[in-house]
Write a new protein. Structure first.
Length: 407
């Protein structure tokens, strides 16, 4: 245990400063890549309908296919930062399930609930006025709404309406629950506590299915980075550049495998068939983060990057909102134009500029959305903390009164 604490303490300190700025920037860029993939599938014609598939056009289509590996990078970053908060509390002996759950639920629900309502509004409009036939207002749709609210998409229900990116939120939530349970199972000394942690872990693992459990391995790359000792072989100064090249290679291979242009002529759409290449992306990015932590010289860590820090913090600050609301917006606008015969643009300078401008506009909408959601997280957190403290205090008073009466 002392060895893990020593490794974690060193990694935790190294995460501050310029490395943190870099990771925030990666988070923001990853969210934009997801938007680009979903937008391009609606904006441009399919690859088979290209009039001039030159090298530049192929690169554009490849760039617009990087949304899926960007989600894998999200998983690794999530594992890194969520496990960091858990491990800090555990090692400092201040762990509290109440505080942890309040932090997680306030962070998730303050964006998820408005995003689901926005999805309902936009899908209803597209269904009633624009010919969006995939949406229905039946009971099954209500069941999906509630299921997504409880993070059961991919477990018992599908994602809600047109909001396909919601699939990954379910994965994230159950990893948030599993990780502290497994840590508790490992560190608890009393048999009854170990049994309780073991029981809840088994219930979750047996319920969420093979696919979500499999991707937990990728999420665990994050805490593994924090607990791994300093390995001399991996802390040479050229390793950050080498690992960055490996990340770019992994992200390039991913769309080629997915579309059947590498290793096979079959397209792979389900996550299990893509698990191997997704694991490659996760491991490559994990190696990049590890080498940044342990091999960057102190003089580079101390370079004043406040200007970049402001930019990266800005993008990271609305990345969650951007991820949750972009697709219903894209879907509604697409059906608006499809109603008038739109079937996709050929890639050229004008259409590429159109993609850039639309991405900027969606980012701006997400930024405004985040001002009334993500930036208000601390108010929700304080409200829930106050209410739960009051409930526990009333319960404690009732117990004390009963004991006094008995005496």
């Amino acid at each position: 245990m002392k060895k893990f604490y020593s490794n974690f303490s060193k990694a935790n300190k190294l995460l501050e400063g310029n490395v943190s700025i870099f990771l925030d920037l990666v988070r923001g860029i990853s969210a934009i890549l997801v938007v680009m993939e979903h937008l391009s599938s609606r904006l441009f014609v399919g690859y088979g309908n290209l009039e001039n598939p030159n090298l530049l056009v192929k690169f554009l289509y490849l760039l617009n296919f990087l949304g899926n590996p960007a989600v894998i990078i999200f998983f690794v970053l999530s594992g890194l930062f969520i496990s960091r908060s858990v491990l800090i509390a555990v090692f400092e002996n201040i762990w509290s399930w109440k505080s942890y759950l309040i932090n997680r639920f306030s962070r998730l629900f303050i964006v998820l609930i408005p995003a689901l309502i926005l999805t309902f509004i936009l899908d209803s409009f597209a269904s009633n006025f624009l010919g969006y036939e995939s949406y229905d207002n039946s009971f099954s749709n209500l069941k999906e709404f509630i299921g997504n609210l409880l993070f059961l998409q991919g477990v018992f229900v599908g994602f809600y309406g047109s909001n396909a990116p919601l699939w990954s939120l379910s994965y994230e939530f159950w990893y948030y629950m599993l990780f502290p349970l497994l840590i508790g199972l490992f560190i608890n000394k009393t048999k009854i506590n170990k049994f309780i942690y073991f029981l809840f872990s088994c219930i979750i693992i047996s319920t969420i299915g093979i696919q979500i459990n499999s991707y937990f391995v990728i999420w665990l790359i994050g805490p593994f980075i924090l607990l791994l000792p300093r390995i001399k072989l991996l802390i040479q100064r050229f390793f950050p550049v080498l690992s960055l090249i490996l990340v770019l290679v992994a992200m390039t291979i991913h769309p080629l495998v997915m579309t059947g242009r590498l290793f096979s002529d079959k397209e792979y759409k389900d996550l299990m068939s893509l698990f191997g290449v997704n694991l490659f992306v996760g491991l490559a990015f994990g190696l990049l983060v590890y080498t940044l932590l342990h091999s960057i010289p102190a003089r580079i860590r101390e370079v004043d990057l406040r200007w970049l820090g402001k930019i990266s913090k800005l993008f990271a600050g609305f990345s969650f909102s951007l991820y949750l609301i972009h697709y219903p917006i894209i879907n509604t606008v697409y059906y608006w134009y499809a109603k008038n015969g739109f079937s996709g643009l050929q890639p050229n300078l004008i259409s590429i500029l159109a993609e850039i401008l639309i991405v900027i506009l969606i980012c701006f909408i997400a930024f405004l959305f985040s001002r009334i959601t993500e930036t208000q997280t601390h108010f929700i957190r304080n409200f829930l903390t106050t209410k739960t403290d009051a409930i526990f205090a009333r319960h404690s008073d009732k117990v004390q009164n009963r004991e006094n009466k008995v005496i």
